[in-house]
Design a protein around this ligand. Structure first.
Ligand code: ZN
Ligand code: ZN
Length: 668
């Protein structure tokens, strides 16, 4: 299981518009009217709710214990739940467990820290899979490890993406030394387009990473017109960078993307190691093996704390090599009669590499489909990570002129994301690609928890079209995880031999199981800190303490469509429904996808322009869109997405405001 999401949801922009005017649009979000919901506007202060983390938690006034209520404001943002419940209840989720624990142990407010202590605060990626981000602070130096995003769960339909709340960092920019990136997956870099503007730095923010990760980041920054607000500084594995009194060292690890690194941060208090996402792949398809020698030397010198990826701790043994996927892909392509579509994560450069090799062997040509996949392929070729033979990789339009048995298409959408290529192909709504009997679809990913339903529906739709589908449940070789099994996690502990350990990159159960693994390897239970989002972990040379929490949590990204520049709204709990919300109710026939009732729009707290007639007009527009769909392919996620976009755009045209759109789809 990996958490790296397709980048199809990257913020879109028109590439040829002048940077200046567009940045103005983004910064002020002026196009979208009222301040509270603007892309970069801070949360609106209210009488009960202080505007900033410093007021809430850092001021002298707030040194006494804070009442419970204010801490709850930092919790997961609860979007009103749709009546139509498709996913499992969330009340028992580890996330909730973590938070309720934290509310009971609010510590003293955070002041400055001397350089005899080291403060580490996960801002995301713990008790959840996705949006990895960890703050590290020592003396007058503050830095961030990774800057990820996370896809919303099925019942968060009004939302496109979730990124961490970085108020804590924004309040301390004076000491901020930069962002260190372990690798180029979305759950480690996907937050950048939304986080960088929030940091409101006058100087460009340094971002350090390996060239491939920076290549992906550069593309994102150009799209979001943020390129002047960052300074991208390449660091190769084996190299170090000095950040105030801290030094960060990049150490090569194997993963499902080339150029992945663990990062050791050497501080006056001691060395901490963030493993990044890793496995000990004995036969990596691209790049070297994990640098075990360096990890062991670090261990010999003494490591204060190990922050380890834990997401596959439940799985015994070691994760199979990427070579297994290579062999499966070659086999499927060799046997296929029609065209082959390989769906994978847009950032999974290794899989594109494999597809190229396998296609070449079978005498086929390759094209990539999906905007983010095209862009990542281009970046990888420019930087020399992919070196396709002449003519092997073609533009999609050219490939589609070849006979079917000569085609391999690598597409986005391996999680069934409604706006990505695979779901559109499956629904017969892709503008170019048609599939039918004889074609083989290989889904080279496993569903991220929460995406099981959408990917299952996509696979069903592909079977309806007569395709053969090869996916992880029927052929285990189509995908291997990029993450360590239990034996590999243990091997890392044994190499590094840390004094303390902090499990990260996992749900609560993964972190708890990892603690057991630590105990088996001689790390005392009270030397393992189970982190929570916003929970402050403080180290001295020989102690670890958890000291309450700071403001942290979710910021919800709400976009209108893929290419609508300036349409991004960041929603926090405070401004979630600042411009009101609209419930869109649709009832469709489960078997045929035909509209049975609705769409019906119910608005609350809307601007006066959005009167009943405006809502009726949006309703009519949505009905037209839904009726245009080809019959017979119900797809919940896709309908929800279209409903949100169509209604959102219609209402925005009328009022220049962006109410929260909540699609409620019932299938009968
Ligand atoms: Zn990864
Ligand atoms: Zn990851």
């Amino acid at each position: 299981m990996t958490a790296e999401a397709s980048a199809d949801s990257a913020p879109a922009a028109e590439g040829d518009a002048p940077a200046k005017s567009s940045r103005r649009r983004r910064r002020g979000g002026r196009g979208s009217g009222n301040g509270a919901a603007n892309a970069n506007a801070p949360a609106q202060p209210t009488a009960e709710q202080p505007a900033s983390a410093s007021e809430a938690h850092l001021g002298r006034e707030s040194r006494r214990r804070r009442p419970r209520r204010e801490n709850e404001a930092t919790d997961r943002l609860e979007v009103p739940r749709p009546l139509h419940q498709r996913s499992r209840g969330k009340s028992g989720s580890p996330d909730h467990v973590l938070r309720s624990v934290s509310n009971d142990q609010v510590g003293p407010a955070l002041g400055p820290i001397g350089n005899d202590r080291l403060r580490v605060i996960p801002l995301g990626g713990v008790g959840e899979v996705g949006k990895n981000m960890t703050a590290v602070e020592c003396g007058k130096d503050l830095l961030l490890l990774d800057c990820g995003s996370k896809f919303p769960e099925e019942d968060q339909r009004g939302i496109d993406l979730i990124v961490p709340d970085v108020s804590f960092i924004a309040e301390r920019m004076k000491n901020f030394r930069g962002i260190l990136i372990t690798h180029g997956h979305e759950d480690h870099i996907g937050g950048l387009p939304y986080i960088i503007p929030q940091l409101k730095s006058r100087n460009p923010i340094p971002i350090y990473g390996t060239p491939l990760a920076l290549g992906f980041i550069e593309r994102k920054m150009l799209e979001a017109r943020l390129e002047k607000q960052v300074e991208l500084i390449p660091v190769n594995a084996g190299e170090s960078v000095k950040l105030g009194e801290m030094t960060a060292e990049f150490i090569h690890v194997t993963h499902s993307i080339p150029d992945a690194c663990a990062i050791a941060v050497h501080t006056p208090v001691g060395t901490i190691l963030d493993t990044g996402d890793f496995k000990f792949d004995p036969s990596p398809v691209m790049g070297d093996k994990t640098d075990e020698a360096r990890l062991k030397r670090l261990g010999d010198r003494g490591v204060l704390a190990l922050f380890s990826d834990t997401v596959r701790v439940e799985t015994e043994g070691s994760t199979p090599s990427e070579k297994v996927v290579m062999d499966t892909m070659a086999d499927v392509i060799a046997k296929a009669k029609g065209q082959v579509v390989i769906a994978t994560f847009a950032s999974n450069v290794s899989r594109i590499h494999m597809a190229l090799e396998a296609a070449a062997k079978a005498g086929r040509k390759v094209a990539v489909a999906g905007r983010s996949m095209e862009q990542n392929a281009r970046v990888s070729i420019d930087l020399g990570y992919l070196e396709p033979a002449d003519g092997l990789l073609m533009p999609l339009d050219d490939l589609l002129k070849l006979p079917k048995e000569k085609r391999v298409i690598v597409s986005t959408g391996s999680q069934g994301e409604p706006s990505a290529a695979l779901a559109r192909i499956a629904a017969g709504e892709h503008p170019k690609i048609r599939v039918s009997r004889g074609d083989v679809i290989l889904v080279s990913a496993t569903p991220i928890p929460g995406n099981e339903d959408t990917i299952s529906q996509t696979i069903d739709n592909l079977y309806r079209r007569g395709c053969e589908v090869v996916y992880s449940a029927v052929n285990r070789g189509v995908h291997v995880s990029g993450h360590s099994g239990r034996d590999e996690l243990q091997h890392m502990i044994q190499l590094v031999r840390p004094k303390f350990a902090v499990p990260i990159h996992g749900e609560y159960r993964h972190m708890a199981l990892y603690r057991e693994l630590c105990e088996k390897n001689g790390i005392r239970r009270d030397h393992v800190a189970l982190p929570e989002i916003g929970g402050v972990i403080e180290f001295t040379k020989d102690s670890v303490n958890q000291r309450g929490r700071i403001r942290a949590g979710n910021v919800l990204v709400d976009r209108l469509g893929d290419r609508d520049d300036g349409q991004v709204v960041l929603r926090t709990r405070e401004n979630l429904t600042a411009e009101g919300f609209v419930l869109v109710t649709i009832v469709v026939d489960r078997a045929t996808g035909q509209l049975i009732a609705g769409p019906e729009l119910i608005g609350k707290g809307l601007k006066p322009e959005l009167n009943a007639s405006a809502l009726r007009e949006a309703e009519r527009e949505l009905r037209r869109v839904l009726e245009r769909r080809r019959k017979g392919e119900p797809q919940y996620g896709y309908v929800a997405q279209r409903a949100k976009e169509t209604v959102g755009k219609a209402l925005r045209r009328r009022s220049r405001t962006r109410p929260l759109i909540l699609p409620v789809i019932t299938e009968l």
